[in-house]
Structure formats: structure tokens, C-alpha cells
Design a protein around this ligand. Structure first.
Ligand code: ADP
Ligand code: MG
Ligand code: ZN
Length: 590
């Protein structure tokens, strides 16, 4: 019968999908035919891996098979070989088989491994013997993330304690943060601390050429994990499979969707109390499917951010441990000069410096080596536009202090709790954190004015100090304008226009989907004027406050530049000194 060529993996897929009618096994060739409802076509393929494994699979799937152990083309040759030759080749064959068998038992390189099997890398305590295992001591500068993960270690190590009291152990933890901040490292450290098995797989490894493979890999991974509990499943680069479904019409996307659906199903099908915890990492949380983040799945998110100065010192110390350092090396000075570096950048820096010293035949790494390495690394990084020039740093510092000083005087029960000029997340060069004291559902008129002024405080500080503004305030201005417009068109807070809503709400659960009612040109002009007036007044007030507190603005900015982060008592001590202009109350009251 005519048969066409097929790959072994396609064959396996078809076997598993119960499409195969019957199989004939030749020594170097497998011939199989599909069931008539799948076209009845016959194929041939080359076997991969031990035949015993395949036979077990066929038996399990209930597919009839027969063996034809004499290769069609060797029949005549065989009769011609002498007795000795026969014995020899039989012996060699047995040897090869035994070798293959061993390899497959050891779970070695791809042999005997089905396509649908997850090829997760397994790090167990035995496997890492010899190498030192990774613990929290190897991860520095991300103390908050470590603290949150400490809890997970406890779940894994002392699960009984939680089960007894009836507590539900979380099943999914998502590590989010920029590349190179130590997400993968942290996940390994959790396994190392808890002393459990660590099954690691990258998102892209699930999705490969063959349809249906991703989903079955997910299934296999979870089955393995459940058998080996307590353990950690780690999915790196989750975004490769976790992208929002259904927003592209590209074929082949189906495969990813199926894989994602399987992942969601598996996550619903086990609970953390079985001793399996799923940790995933991504640096693109914004594109993840919302279904992944809902409670019961990845409901815990842990931010792993770029380190601040003290964090950078700690990371440098970790990586300098095995390195011979000269007496003149000042890790703190290096940390000061490396704002914006991630953990991976710092690791790279230490290594570059060590290489430099070795190249110069030195016994120890000197500060000069670090200086030179820093220049190299920064030159590389600047292309990625992360490292701020000194003038940019200054601008950001004045800007953030401006927000904080203005915000300190505004009503509304929220307090400035932190100012930072460590570049964070995606895009922000610095930030000022304002924490509300309680949940607020209503915004009073004066609070609204206060918020607008606070938003404009950053830009106002830049104007005051530099006499010109940077592009960094665009987001603030957007937000301020938005607030001012809502005050007029939705909240009816304008004197001249009165309580008329000029916008109709759009979709219920989506913010900002308002549509404008039909309005006359005159009203449109009036709205524009009101918005402009609100903004102008808030801007003037912000400038006035900063002018009045100019010395404080200067000294606080210098402090921020030195420390990179201001928070706690030292910040409150600064904010307490802010003086209010006389006309503040009157402006707030409108
Ligand atoms: P991510 O997964 O977040 O992209 P990795 O965990 O792969 O980053 O980090 C890459 C390397 O950078 C690590 O192996 C480690 O050497 C170094 N590194 C990153 N972050 C840290 C950190 N916080 N402490 C110590 N080393 C770190
Ligand atoms: Mg990683
Ligand atoms: Zn700002």
C-alpha cells in the first residue's frame, strides 16, 4: 500500500488523539494507517526511542500493532552471514538496546520522551548536589518581595500547620518586574529555602510547532507535580502563553489559546493544600489575560522592582563574595553611581571588573577596574535608555519634591508617604506616593482642586528652578486636565454652567468611556474656559507654594538626590515645614 512520510512526533500525536487504526513495527520504520473517519491514509516514519515505550503506549491506547522484525532489505544479507557474524551482531544489538534503555530511564536527553510530555527542567536537592543550592541569601535588594515569599516557603515546609487550621494556601503567585531584577532567582530560592522539588519551564516551551502539544504539556506538568508534591511549578515568561485571548485573528494563535485554557483548567483543578504551588514570572503583566489574574489563580502578585541604593549595595556584596577585592574598592560609591541598574546589570558589572583585573594580571579587583567596567556597562545600557544623566536626575528630583511639597498642604486625608527617583517599572523615572488614610468614594470640591494642584506641583517645580519644563510632566498634565474636565462636565461643579451633566456614561465597567451630549457651541466654549480657569488657578497656587518654600524645595531635593528615596520620619520632618500661602484657604473654597 502506498504510504506518505510523516514525522515521529506527528505519529505520536495521532496515536494519542486516537486517530490511528493499526501499526506495523519494522526495525527502522513504522508504518501506520489512520482510521477511515480520519481519511484511512497510511504513513511511514522513523522510530525515535526504545520500542518498548511505544508498544506500551499503543497497548494503552488499544491500537492493534504487529512486528515485522526482519528489515525488508536485509533478508537476503542475513542468510549469507556466518554464525560468528550473527552472534556478534546480536551481541552488539543487545548492547545498544541496553544503552538506550539506560538513557531513557535516566530521563536523559530527549530519548524516549514523547512530544506531549512536558520537558520541564527538574531541580531537586539531589540534582543540585555538588553545586550550592540557591537560597534567599543569594537574592539581595528585594527585601519586600522576599518577605512575601517567605510565607510561601512556610506553606511548603510546614503545610500541615495551615491545613490543620483550615487555611487555604494560595496556589498561584505571579512575580512581576523589569527584566534582570531577580524573578527567576527568587523562584529558585523559594524552592531552595523550602527544600522542595522545583519544576521549571518557560512559557515559550509549551507552544511549539505541533497542534495540541502545548495543552498536553501543561497537563503532563501538573500531573508530575501532583505526584511529587510538595513542589513548585515555575513558569518563566508567562506572557508567552498568557497573552489576552481573542484579540488577534492570526491562525496558529489557537494553539496558544488552547494551552492557556488548559493552564486555567489545571489551576482550577488543584488546590495549594495538596502542596503544589505555582509561581510564574513576567515582565509584561499588562498583556496577561485577565482570567489568569482573578482570585483562585494568580491572585498574589509580587512586585520585583529595580533596587534602590541600599539594595544595590547588598546585591554588589552578594556578587563580590567570591571575588578578591582590593582595599580601595568602595561598594557604596559604586552603588551611588549605578542608579537604575538591575540586579543582573550589577552582577554583570562585578564580573566585567573581575575580567578587567585578570586581563591586567592583578591579584585583586581595584576601584579603577570597577570604574572602567561601569563605563562599559553604562554605554551598553544607555542604548536601552535607562540610565539618567545627572541633569535628568536633578530634574526628576525637583519634580517629585514639587509634588510632595504641594501635596502636603492639600486637604483630603491622603498623605505623601514616599518620594523616589529610582527608575521604576515601565516608564516612570521617579514617583511620589500618596497614601489615602481611608477608602474614599466621594471627592469634595476642595479636594479636587488640591489634587489638581498636587499634580501640577511637579511641573511647577521644574519651571521655578530651571525656567523651563521637561516632557516628563505630560502624564501629570493629562490627569490634571482630566480631573478639571470631569469637575465641569460630570460633577456639575462649575458656577457658571451649573449642575448639568454634559457627558453620558458609556460602558458600565469601563472608565473613561463617556460620550458627550449634544451641546451648543457657546456651552462648548464655556466648558473649555472653565477647565482652563481651574487648571490655571491650580497651577498658580502650586507655583506660589513652591516659591514660598523655595529653600525647603532646594534642601529636600539635595536630600533626595543623595538618598534616592525619602520616606518615613525624615520625609514627614520635611513635609511638616511646608508653609501655606495666605490665600490658600480662599482658593480651596472656590
Ligand atoms: P529575571 O528573571 O528577573 O529577568 P534573573 O533572576 O534571571 O532575572 O536574574 C539574572 C541574574 O542577575 C541572576 O542570576 C543574578 O546573578 C543576578 N541578579 C538579578 N537580581 C538579583 C538580586 N536581586 N540579587 C542578586 N543577584 C541578582
Ligand atoms: Mg527570568
Ligand atoms: Zn509628576
Amino acid at each position: 500500500m502506498h504510504s506518505s512520510q510523516s514525522t515521529y512526533s506527528v505519529f505520536l500525536d495521532r496515536v494519542k488523539a486516537a486517530q490511528v487504526e493499526q501499526v506495523t513495527l519494522h526495525p527502522n520504520r513504522i508504518v501506520y494507517c489512520l482510521k477511515s473517519e480520519w481519511g484511512g491514509q497510511c504513513y511511514h516514519t522513523q522510530p525515535v526511542g526504545p520500542r518498548a515505550d511505544l508498544m506500551a503506549l499503543l497497548q494503552q491506547q488499544g491500537i492493534p500493532f504487529s512486528q515485522d522484525d526482519v528489515a525488508p532489505d536485509s533478508r537476503s544479507a542475513e542468510t549469507a552471514t556466518g554464525l560468528l557474524g550473527l552472534v556478534l551482531s546480536a551481541g552488539m544489538l543487545a548492547g545498544t538496546l541496553a544503552w538506550l534503555w539506560k538513557l531513557s530511564q535516566a530521563g536523559g536527553v530527549g530519548v524516549g520522551m514523547g512530544v506531549g510530555k512536558s520537558n520541564a527542567k527538574v531541580y531537586s536537592q539531589e540534582k543540585t548536589k555538588g553545586k550550592t543550592k540557591i537560597t534567599f541569601a543569594d537574592v539581595a535588594g528585594v527585601d519586600e518581595s522576599k518577605q512575601e515569599l517567605q510565607e510561601v516557603v512556610d506553606f511548603l515546609a510546614n503545610g500541615e500547620k495551615y491545613r490543620q487550621i483550615g487555611a487555604k494556601i494560595p496556589k498561584g503567585i505571579l512575580l512581576v518586574g523589569p527584566p534582570g531584577t531577580g524573578k527567576t532567582l527568587l523562584a529558585k530560592a523559594v524552592a531552595g529555602e523550602a527544600g522542595v522539588l522545583f519544576l521549571s519551564m518557560s512559557g515559550s516551551e509549551f507552544v511549539e510547532l505541533y497542534v495540541g502539544v502545548g495543552a498536553s504539556r501543561v497537563r503532563d506538568l501538573f500531573n508530575r507535580a501532583k505526584r511529587q508534591a510538595p513542589c513548585i511549578i515555575f513558569i518563566d515568561e508567562l506572557d508567552a502563553i498568557g497573552k489576552t485571548r481573542g484579540n488577534t485573528a492570526i491562525a496558529g494563535n489557537d494553539e496558544r489559546e488552547q494551552t492557556l485554557n488548559q493552564l486555567l483548567t489545571e489551576m482550577d483543578g488543584f488546590d495549594g493544600n495538596e502542596g503544589v504551588i505555582l509561581i510564574a514570572a513576567t515582565n509584561r503583566p499588562e498583556i496577561l489575560d485577565p482570567a489568569l489574574r482573578r482570585p483562585g489563580r494568580f491572585d498574589r502578585q509580587i512586585l520585583v522592582d529595580r533596587p534602590d541604593k541600599s539594595g544595590r549595595i547588598a546585591i554588589l556584596q552578594v556578587h563580590a563574595r567570591p571575588v578578591a577585592l582590593g582595599d580601595d574598592v568602595d561598594l557604596e560609591a559604586i552603588a551611588t553611581q549605578t542608579a537604575g541598574f538591575s540586579g543582573a546589570d550589577l552582577a554583570n558589572l562585578v564580573n566585567e571588573a573581575a575580567l578587567m583585573a585578570a586581563r591586567n594580571n592583578r591579584q585583586a579587583v581595584l576601584m579603577a577596574d570597577f570604574q572602567e567596567a561601569m563605563e562599559r556597562v553604562i554605554a551598553g545600557l544607555e542604548k536601552r535608555s535607562r540610565i539618567l544623566t545627572p541633569i535628568e536626575r536633578q530634574t526628576v528630583a525637583y519634580h517629585e519634591v514639587g509634588h510632595a511639597l504641594v501635596g502636603a498642604l492639600m486637604p483630603g486625608g491622603s498623605k505623601v508617604t514616599k518620594i523616589s527617583i529610582v527608575p521604576r517599572g515601565l516608564g516612570a523615572l521617579g514617583y511620589t506616593l500618596q497614601m489615602p488614610n481611608a477608602d474614599r468614594f466621594l471627592l469634595l470640591e476642595d479636594e479636587l482642586r488640591g489634587q489638581i494642584a498636587t499634580l501640577l506641583g511637579g511641573r511647577s517645580a521644574e519651571e521655578l528652578i530651571f525656567g523651563k519644563v521637561s516632557s516628563g510632566a505630560s502624564d501629570d498634565i493629562q490627569k490634571a486636565t482630566d480631573l478639571a474636565e470631569r469637575a465641569v462636565t460630570q460633577y456639575g461643579m462649575s458656577q457658571s454652567l451649573g449642575p448639568i451633566a454634559f457627558e453620558k456614561p458609556g460602558a458600565q465597567f469601563l472608565e473613561g468611556s463617556h460620550t458627550r451630549r449634544s451641546i451648543s457651541d457657546a456651552v462648548a466654549v464655556e466648558i473649555d474656559q472653565q477647565v482652563k480657569q481651574t487648571i490655571d488657578q491650580a497651577h498658580a497656587m502650586a507655583l506660589q507654594i513652591l516659591q514660598l518654600n523655595r529653600d525647603l524645595l532646594e534642601s529636600a531635593t539635595q536630600q533626595l538626590l543623595a538618598a534616592e528615596v525619602l520616606e518615613g520620619e525624615s520625609l514627614q520632618a520635611i513635609l511638616k515645614q511646608v508653609e501655606a500661602p495666605e490665600n490658600l484657604e480662599a482658593w480651596l473654597a472656590g
